[in-house]
Design a protein around this ligand. Structure first.
Ligand code: SF4
Length: 479
């Protein structure tokens, strides 16, 4: 029987460091109103957080507020409040948790989560963003700025697309100046972008380290500790330093051969956001099989930094526009997502793909059935699909999910065993083959000897044959 897999009881400094920085940011948000600091609501995917920081507008992210409430198991009453107010059960649960927070009195003037001064809807792919931020602007009375980012239709954005976004960024700068009362300084933005690029380099390096066996951290469950700093604190010195420290820690773990579990039995790539209300128990279902995510699409939702893009302080507005256009998961087609996952499976040497389908997020979930078929049938990648929700606990059926995960890994383990046995059989066959070949060689030496014997026999035969006429001639002469 296999040794049970245990979790390494070490969360490292990354976890604590991330928590501290995120708490500091939440503290700043809570004080913003009293201190007269303007705030700007943004979406995570393809955000221009650097620009807001350069404009002295403190960024806030309703998605982060929603997921934090889910992790703390506070999301259901908020969702129910929104549903009572008329939001459909089919709506994105992030939206309902956010609107429910307002209805519940947790967001607004004098609350820990303030109303934003401006609501910047950086529309990248998910059309829920538009309605959500219209509602947010409506309830908060904040100025709504629609930042329309064209869908990514080609591998690289066209010059016209970049200019289109840059023109809107300039309008956004003017709006920020009007609420902050401070003049925008392009050199300050360049400095912020240099910190952003350093953080992006660090995040990419950390992800690269997961190519090692074992991976030093789980690139789905542990990556969440880095997603806060990369999406929220990008452009801050503290964010850049966080990644310097994280990379140093992960390099240390790689050098010691440590992964997040006592044993890495299966390497997976995970598609889709996690079920935040059941984060830990969902993780445990994989951990007990020794399954470690070495890559995930969710960790790239705000930028696929491992593909090499970096903000460029020499082209500040253009590089922000390019990032918003291409470097995020939500602004790409499902086919581009296939290509991303395929590359992750191959380069990170994964054994399987896990799809966590989210009931209330159509952007992520539409097409995942076809995705499973494509990976299973066309590429031969073992693929498991389980369904629940990222925010709404009513859709998480642990017993069913557990059964499917257990059945999947049981069959994967069996496959591995058969593979190992076949490989061992092949090796022994090839040893047998070598022995047979050696036997054949000795046979063929024997053969050569036999052939030589035959030849000598045939010489003898020839001699005999030569003797025969002699004999016959002698017989004839004697007769
Ligand atoms: S539908 Fe999905 S991508 Fe869109 S806001 Fe909701 S969770 Fe985010």
């Amino acid at each position: 029987m296999a040794t049970p897999v245990t979790e390494r009881q070490y969360q490292g400094q990354v976890h604590e460091h991330s928590r501290r920085l995120m708490n500091e940011w939440m503290g700043e948000l809570g004080r913003a109103e009293a201190e007269g600091v303007p705030t700007g609501a943004l979406m995570i995917s393809g955000n221009c957080v650097e620009l807001l920081r350069a404009c002295h507008v403190l960024p806030m992210f309703p998605e982060v507020t929603a997921l934090q409430n889910a992790i703390r198991k506070k999301s259901l009453p908020l969702i129910l409040k929104a549903e009572q107010a008329g939001y459909s059960s089919d709506n994105c649960a992030y939206v309902k948790a956010d609107i429910g927070l307002f209805l519940d009195g947790g967001m607004g003037p004098g609350k820990p989560i303030p109303f934003p001064t401006i609501t910047v809807c950086n529309y990248v792919g998910c059309n829920v963003y538009v309605k959500w931020f219209e509602h947010l602007a409506d309830i908060s009375g904040s100025k709504l700025f629609m930042l329309d980012v064209p869908f990514c239709r080609t591998a690289a954005p066209s010059a016209a697309d970049v200019q289109y976004v840059v023109a809107q960024l300039k309008e956004l700068i003017a709006l920020c100046e009007s609420v902050s009362g401070k003049k925008f300084d392009i050199d300050e933005l360049r400095e912020i972008l240099a910190y952003a690029a350093r953080a992006e380099e660090g995040y990419a390096r950390a992800k690269e380290l997961c190519k090692r066996h074992p991976a030093p951290f789980d690139a789905y469950f542990d990556a969440i500790n880095m997603m806060g700093p990369i999406n929220v604190l990008r452009g801050m010195r503290e964010g850049a330093e966080f990644f310097d420290a994280a990379v140093a820690e992960f390099e240390g773990l790689v050098a010691q051969g440590h992964g997040p579990l006592s044993e890495e039995r299966f390497r997976t790539v995970v598609e889709g956001p996690p079920p935040y209300p059941f984060y830990k128990s969902f993780r445990n279902l994989f951990a007990k099989w020794g399954a470690v995510a070495v890559q995930s699409t969710y960790s790239t939702v705000g930028g696929i930094w491992e593909w090499g893009f970096r903000h460029d302080p020499r082209r500040p507005l253009e590089s922000i526009a390019e990032q918003m256009l291409t470097e995020n998961l939500t602004n790409r087609s499902i086919v581009a997502r296939y290509a991303q996952i395929k590359r992750c499976v191959e380069e990170w040497e994964a054994d399987a793909l896990i799809i966590h389908s989210i009931k209330s997020c159509r952007l992520f979930s539409a097409g995942q059935g076809d995705m499973r078929d494509y990976f299973t049938r066309e590429l031969g990648v073992p693929t498991l699909m389980v369904e629940s929700d990222l925010e709404d606990p009513r859709y998480y059926a642990e017993a069913q999910i557990k059964n499917r995960i257990d059945a999947f890994f049981e069959s994967l383990e069996h496959k591995k065993m058969v593979g190992r046995a076949a490989a061992a059989g092949e090796a022994s066959n090839s040893q047998g083959g070598r022995a047979a070949a050696a036997g054949e060689a000795s046979n063929s030496q024997g053969g050569r000897a036999a052939a030589a014997g035959e030849a000598s026999n045939s010489q003898a035969g020839r001699a005999a044959a030569a003797g025969e006429p002699t004999r016959r001639r002698a017989e004839a002469s004697s007769s």
